[in-house]
Design a protein around this ligand. Structure first.
Ligand code: NAP
Length: 249
């Protein structure tokens, strides 16, 4: 049985890493998917592979309001009202402490990781209200649950804590419209963003992970599919931690 039949989803940052994995999993489960990203060549190639009846790639900078308006308009034109939003695009930014991080670097991380989630929800919610149902899945991080010494900057952590909070705000504001919102908090996942953290990349992240390994992107996609589907119909405003046990120590 296709678990996402009837779902019309927007997934940001879908040209590589976790976003690409979610897009592939969504189409495999019967959803129609709008993939967005800065990387047009790769996004278009993935959409073609997934089939243009099931998917559409739109070039988007998630930190730009005009781009969001365009994405919603094109998504509705092709597939009808959107009922799933996965706010996945994000950047790590520099590894720097509060003194080292400069204002421009701080602002950029906040725009891409935090402002984008506000815009995405603001401009997709009217479409979900038209659809009569909605599930918003906001990708935060374990760095939106606990602080991690010497790794992401305060801008990254601040943006991911904000995503966690905004998710709860929307969950409570729109529950009466049959719209749910949950945040996902990955630990270390094998994507281009984390290439340096792996043992092969010279990093040492695994020593902090009780399960002793980084996750495959598909392990996070399993969770995101569940949250997008009606199987999670009574879950809203929750924080879904997927970190191999890292944050329990
Ligand atoms: P990734 O491999 O770096 O992929 C992110 C994608 O987002 C890239 O295709 C990137 O395009 C795109 N992107 C960046 N800025 C954008 C913008 N302004 N507008 C539109 N697209 C943009 O990242 P990932 O590891 O899959 O991470 C996905 C999400 O999970 C992020 O929010 C990240 O913070 C979060 N996360 C990741 C981990 C992890 O271990 N990997 C852990 C916790 C949370 P370009 O490459 O062209 O810039």
């Amino acid at each position: 049985m296709e678990r996402l039949k009837g779902k019309i989803a927007i997934i940001t940052g879908a040209s590589q890493g976790m976003g690409e994995s979610h897009a592939r999993a969504f189409v495999a489960e019967g959803a129609k998917v709008v993939l967005t990203d800065l990387n047009e060549a790769r996004g278009n190639a993935i959409a073609e592979e997934l089939g243009l009846d099931n998917s559409l790639f739109i070039k988007q900078d998630v930190s730009k309001v005009e781009d969001w308006k365009n994405v919603i308009e094109q998504a509705e034109l092709k597939f009808g009202p959107v009922n799933v939003l996965v706010n996945n695009a994000g950047i790590l930014g520099p590894i720097a402490n509060a003194i080292e991080l400069d204002e421009e670097q701080y602002q950029k991380v906040i725009e891409v990781n935090q402002d984008s989630v506000y815009y995405g929800m603001k401009y997709t919610l009217p479409s979900m209200i038209k659809a009569g149902i909605g599930s918003i899945v906001n990708i935060s991080s374990i760095a939106g649950i606990v602080a991690i010494y010497g790794y992401p900057s305060l801008a990254y952590m601040g943006s991911k804590f904000a995503v966690r909070g905004m998710t709860k705000a929307v969950a409570v504001e729109f529950a009466n419209k049959n719209i749910r919102a949950n945040s996902v908090h990955p630990g270390f996942i094998k994507t281009p963003m984390m290439a340096d953290a792996t043992d092969e990349g010279g990093g040492s992240a695994t020593q902090f992970i009780p399960l002793g390994r980084l996750a495959e992107t598909s392990e996070v996609s399993n969770l995101v599919v569940f949250l997008a589907s009606d199987e999670s119909s009574y879950l809203t405003g929750t924080e879904q931690i997927i970190d191999g046990g890292m944050s329990i120590q």
